[in-house]
Design a protein around this ligand. Structure first.
Ligand code: AHR
Length: 512
């Protein structure tokens, strides 16, 4: 049995929980849009072709904001291809994923889908093959009330009122040589600055995200952020971060400590942004948009192709790509990544798990078949539901274990929130120990513990191993079950986490 002692204090808060931390991502990639959120003809499709089963799961997941339409896809995308009568929309080659894009789903459909899902739209613009003009035009089309060519075109296409999209990404992963229209930091920084200016001339109320590095492992990481922000500091509000984690060669110990890398990445970008702030004598702070993160087993792009969808020239319509099946270990890692995001909620104000459906996603949906929750769905859904109010600073003294990639790491990982209005506190805990349970004691300074209102755990199901996953034939193998034996009294909370587990404990608290 390992041990951990956690202390929190009602006076030591980090920030209000940014609701946009529980974001997701829909890209025109693989089966995320087509046969994911959109499948006319599916028994669950509504009158617009949106899958109601997937919509229901999206609402249960608790996603607050959804980034669209890419990803790498956006860097070759003409937004105008996705508006107007569907029959008139062009079929195009999408070079990012070597896919045939029908454009049956576009901006209007995504705005309508978002309204049904209860999510905010986060729209990415193409700064790969396009520039300032297309950037300002899409803002006018989406947000101008009317009386101009583009806003009247929107009305003619069925939306009289403006979409009022507040959050915009200035391109995607422009530091990556794989990106269509990849740029140097100076080239991109200047373009982002000018596109931002032109977009704000159309709608001064928008919020803008500049591309940071596509991972902390990029050779240009650090220098890229510094150069881009030096150009665009005054024009943008956020800088983006992307990170994907996976288990390498059976090294579960390091994989389970992935959040150590996420902490490092976030803290490095904060330091860089603040250094540019100091050097440029700027007043405002640039916040962080972690707008792609997840576990992703990067074995190459292709899963099974669907031969009936491959054209003579080898281009495919919404093939199966990177449909990772997530297991118990992945869910524990996702829980710790969410903890890292929450613990940095003073600067990370937006985060999008990539992606929502089928493509490295918490939801799987079979064409003409069912939709279900992957293991990683559960920590996300519970945190989106229960992380409310203030984020509390947590001091953790935990037994440690050795990892090859990140040195010694805490066996127990935690984040905590306190909703003063509802008189509730929530703890999100992970035990990274593969073989040992962990005894956890929490000192609640300034609080008086009351009734436990939720205590649930996700761990290895009986008779299974850490690779257990929810598959088509057995869709509920991995899930949440009650966590027994949680005790709260006075200023103390005690619980035991099973080996390799993620848990949530919510309790009533009064301030002492
Ligand atoms: O989410 C999958 C891909 O990963 C995105 O298109 C890209 O931005 C990133 O490299």
């Amino acid at each position: 049995m390992s041990r951990a002692r956690i202390s929190i204090d009602r006076d030591f808060t980090i920030s209000e929980v940014p609701r946009r931390l529980f974001g997701s991502f829909v890209e025109h990639m693989g089966r995320c849009v087509y046969t994911g959120i959109y499948e006319p003809g599916h028994p669950e499709a509504d009158e617009q072709g949106f899958r109601k089963d997937v919509l229901a799961l999206t609402r249960e997941l608790g996603a607050t904001v959804v980034r669209y339409p890419g990803g790498n896809f956006v860097s070759g995308y003409n937004w105008e291809d996705g508006i107007g009568p569907v029959a008139n929309r062009p079929r195009r080659l999408d070079g990012a994923w070597h896919t045939l894009e029908t454009n049956a789903f576009g901006l209007h459909e995504f705005v309508d889908w978002s309204a049904k899902a209860g999510t905010e739209v986060m729209e990415a613009i193409n700064l790969g093959t396009r520039g300032v003009d297309a950037a300002r035009q899409i803002v006018e089309y989406a947000n101008h009330p009317g009386g101009t060519y583009l806003s009247d075109l929107r009305a003619a296409n069925g939306h009289k009122g403006p979409f009022n999209i507040k959050l915009w990404c200035l391109g995607n992963e422009m530091d990556g040589p794989w990106q269509i229209g990849h740029k140097t930091a100076d080239e991109y920084g200047r373009l982002a600055q000018e596109a931002a200016k032109a977009m704000r001339f159309v709608d001064p109320g928008i919020e803008l995200v500049a591309c940071g590095s596509s991972s902390s492992g990029m050779p240009t990481f650090g220098a890229w952020e510094q150069t881009v922000l030096t150009h665009a500091y005054d024009e943008v509000d956020y800088v983006s971060l992307h990170a994907y984690y996976q288990e390498h060669d059976g090294d579960a110990a390091s994989f389970l400590a992935s959040a150590v890398d996420m902490d490092y990445f976030i803290e490095s970008v904060v330091a860089t942004a603040d250094a540019v702030r100091a050097k440029g004598k700027h007043k405002k702070h640039i916040n962080l948009s972690f707008d792609e993160w997840n576990v992703w087993y990067q074995r190459g792009l292709d899963g099974e192709d669907q031969p009936e969808r491959v054209s003579a020239a080898g281009w495919r319509e919404h093939p199966r790509v990177i449909e990772d099946k997530y297991n118990v270990t992945d869910a524990v890692v996702v829980g710790t990544l969410l903890n890292s995001l929450l613990r940095h909620g003073d600067r990370v104000k937006i985060a999008n798990q990539a992606q929502l459906v089928n493509v490295i996603a918490p939801i799987l949906a079979e064409e003409n078949g069912p939709a279900w929750r992957q293991s990683i769905f559960h920590p996300f859904a519970r945190m989106a539901e229960l992380a409310k109010g203030q984020i509390l600073r947590t001091r953790v003294v935990s037994d440690k274990y050795a990892t090859a990639r990140f040195g010694d790491a805490d066996l127990v990982d935690v984040s905590a929130t306190w909703d003063e209005e509802r008189g509730r506190m929530a703890f999100f805990l992970a035990n990274r120990g593969l073989a040992e349970a962990a005894d956890v004691e929490v000192a609640l300074r300034g609080f008086d513990a009351g009734r436990i209102t939720r205590a649930e755990v996700l761990t290895v199901p009986e008779g299974a191993d850490r690779f257990a996953a929810n598959l088509l034939g057995a869709r509920d193998t991995v899930g949440l079950k009650p966590l027994d034996g949680v005790k709260a009294a006075g200023d103390e909370l005690k619980l035991t986490l099973p080996a390799l587990s993620w848990a949530v404990v919510e309790l009533e608290v009064a301030t002492a």
